[in-house]
Ligand binder design. Structure first.
Ligand SMILES: Nc1ncnc2c1ncn2[C@@H]1O[C@H](COP(=O)(O)OP(=O)(O)OP(=O)(O)O)[C@@H](O)[C@H]1O
Length: 231
């Protein structure tokens, strides 16, 4: 579906990764891992075409980038924006209905179903600034469900989320994968990567590794240290 050919990621001509080659196949589910600043978010923004790579080529099947749903990092979201849960989730209908036309009955049904599915049935009218971290992520997942895009990019979806909600959202991601969507997720939790993600792309300052999780994950030492614990 998406092939990277010797792609170097970066900004204004300055590289932040080594050259990256490989494929995100249609329907695959990949965890993007690596230490802070190794270019994980930059990769997602490049796939969204918000930035051009410094060099190399990104090729799409049939020559066109697929419709894409994106969950940005929580830190990049404006949580003070004056909107309700319903307003934000209904934004997921924009690609289907256009920016300025009103919601049809079918769209309204889809919005309420998605809000119910993420467990926020009691919170339709709640201003988003009043939501907890976990409720906020559930709301954004409801919007992703409505978008129903062939390509789903998730940037640290479990930041600020408790274990129960993490498990709940992980099940939703798994269901997207089972429904045939291509899922690419930036994660810092190796246990979740090992349990749920068949493929891993490990970004490092000197080299990148891309392949089956059991082959790539053991190469990752997040602390870069051999810790010796003394009494
Ligand atoms: N808009 C920008 N302009 C210039 N440099 C940037 C920009 N955004 C990020 N960078 C730099 O690019 C590098 C990679 O950043 P990126 O956010 O992709 O890392 P990351 O792997 O997602 O890190 P983290 O795990 O901390 O979220 C960093 O050195 C960062 O400072």
């Amino acid at each position: 579906m998406i092939e990277l050919q010797q792609v170097v990621l970066g900004y204004q001509g300055r590289a932040v990764t080594s050259p990256l080659s490989g494929k995100f196949c249609a329907g695959s589910m990949t965890a993007v891992i690596g230490a802070n600043g190794t270019g994980k978010s930059t990769l997602l923004k490049t796939l969204l075409r918000l930035h051009a790579p410094v060099s190399g080529r990104v090729e799409y099947a049939h020559g066109t980038a697929p419709r894409t749903a994106w969950l940005p990092q929580l830190a990049d979201m404006d949580r003070q924006f004056p909107a309700t849960v319903y307003d934000v989730v209904s934004m997921g209908c924009w690609p289907a209905r256009g920016l300025f036309s009103s919601l049809t009955r079918r769209h309204r049904e889809l919005v309420t179903q998605a809000i119910d599915r993420v467990g926020l049935s009691e919170m339709y009218k709640q201003p988003i600034e009043t939501l907890s971290g976990g409720q906020f992520q559930r709301m954004l997942f409801a919007r992703l469900l409505i978008q129903d895009a062939p390509l789903v990019l998730l940037d640290e979806p479990f930041t600020g989320v408790d274990a129960q909600t993490t498990h709940f959202l992980m099940v939703l991601i798994h269901q997207m994968h089972e429904a045939g969507q291509t899922v690419i997720t930036v994660l810092h939790d190796n246990e979740l990567v090992e349990r749920f993600f068949p493929e891993v792309l490990l970004l490092g300052p000197d080299a990148c590794h891309w392949g089956a999780t059991q082959q790539v994950l053991p190469r990752y030492n997040p602390l870069g240290l051999n810790l010796v614990l003394s009494a």
